[in-house]
Design a protein around this ligand. Structure first.
Ligand SMILES: [Zn+2]
Length: 407
């Protein structure tokens, strides 16, 4: 916000304060108010600061002098919120601190002012202070839910998952909001950390907690499968990976290669093919996902997968055109299977040049799977991409050419 904007804002605030005084005096003259109020010398001093373009001094004066009735309290809140929205957090903090310090402030308004103050600290990046004030808000009744939500936000940012679970549990007890999915993610985060330091016992504990919080946790099933795989229990891994896919077919790209690996480890590649055939029949919508997983992984070579890839190509006009154009040449080079393999290889390169995951809420994309989107902070909204971005192929081809020209 420019200095001129701030001055204008304060001028409006001063006018609101002046009008408050004016109407209060009129009411007093009609005997409606408890006592007359005065436009104090302070008010003119404040205006004087404004005229001299000293907004901070003017702000100090105005927020100190305004009487607290319902209207002026709202004016303070509006001013504080405006400052924060415009990024002037120091001024917002000053307004809300002043509100909190007023002994005549009603209880509800104090809780609201505290919550606003915590928001200011949060926006300013002063997380320790924000946490303290949110905790204070959460201990009261008036703004308890907002306080707990603030705490959850801070604990998530600080990756303090145990505290996040605690705050979320309290939040559920008052808001009756279903939070199982998020608590399961917190538990999975703790399990992930435990796995990172090689503490399998703790990892198992947190994975159980995840399961208890959300019976249908896909992430929990995938993590448990991965632990089973690591321990050589491929039978369990197969069961859990299949369970994960039944819960959310959106993870075919990640799960299918691992599931196949466990089947192969068990010495049962044919059983994988059978399972895949049944699964596609049961969930026809999985077909493109299976094809995409097979193309990007590159190690599948069973008849069910090949058919899924052929269907995938047939369902895409660009790929069909390419296949038709190349067919005479490719067929002399080893038949239709060879043609499909070569097209798959080309598509694999396209997929590698494109982001692997995408948030379904805000569109944030990248090559890592974030269970909490780093952009919009939503949980469980990122899924593997299962579409080929053909322009990525052009970018990928342009890059080496650019480099080549430089040499
Ligand atoms: Zn997002």
């Amino acid at each position: 916000m420019s200095a001129a904007d701030t001055l204008l804002l304060l001028l409006l605030f001063a006018v609101a304060a002046g009008l408050g005084w004016f109407f209060a005096r009129r009411s007093a003259n009609r005997g409606l108010a408890t006592g007359p109020r005065h436009v104090s010398a302070e008010y003119f001093q404040g205006l004087n600061y404004l005229l001299n373009e000293e907004p901070d001094k003017a702000l100090e004066v105005f927020i100190r002098m305004v009487d607290m009735d319902a209207d002026t309290i709202d004016t303070h809140f509006a001013l504080g919120a405006l400052f924060r929205r415009r990024g002037e957090t120091e001024r917002a903090i000053k307004v809300h601190q002043n509100l909190v310090a007023r002994p005549d402030l009603p209880r509800e308004a104090r809780a609201r002012a505290l919550n606003e103050l915590a928001e200011d600290y949060f926006k300013a990046g002063l997380f320790d202070r924000a946490e303290q004030v949110y905790a204070q808000v959460a201990r009261g009744n008036a703004q308890r839910e907002q306080g707990l939500r603030g705490l959850v936000r801070i604990y998530e940012l600080q990756r303090d998952w145990e505290k996040a679970i605690g705050a979320m549990d309290q939040l559920v007890s008052i808001s009756r909001e279903a939070n199982g999915t998020v608590v399961a993610h917190y538990s999975c985060e703790l399990a992930q950390e435990a796995l990172g330091r090689g503490d399998l016992l703790a990892a198992r504990h947190w994975l159980k907690r995840a399961q208890a919080a959300d019976r249908h946790t896909v992430r929990g099933a995938m993590m448990r499968a991965s632990v089973a795989q690591r321990e050589g229990d491929h039978r369990l891994a197969v069961r859990l990976y299949e369970q994960a896919l039944e819960r959310d077919g959106g993870f075919l790209v990640d799960v299918l290669p691992e599931l196949r690996r466990s089947y192969v480890e068990l010495g049962k590649p044919a059983a994988f093919e059978q399972w895949l055939s049944n699964a596609i029949e049961k969930h026809p919508a999985w077909r493109p996902g299976v094809a995409f997983a097979a193309i990007t992984d590159g190690s599948f070579d069973d008849s069910v997968t090949r058919q899924a890839i052929v269907d995938f190509i047939a369902g895409n006009p660009i790929l069909t055109d390419i296949l038709e154009t190349l067919r005479p040449t490719l067929e002399t080079d080893g038949g239709k299977d060879a043609a499909v393999r070569r097209i798959s290889g080309a598509m694999r390169r396209i997929a590698k040049a494109s982001p692997r995951y995408r948030c379904e809420v805000c569109g944030f994309s990248g090559n890592a799977l974030y269970w909490q989107c780093p952009s919009c902070r939503s949980w469980d909204t990122t899924r593997p991409v299962t579409k080929f971005r053909f322009e990525a192929m052009l970018d990928a081809r342009a890059l080496p050419a650019e480099t080549a020209r430089k040499h």
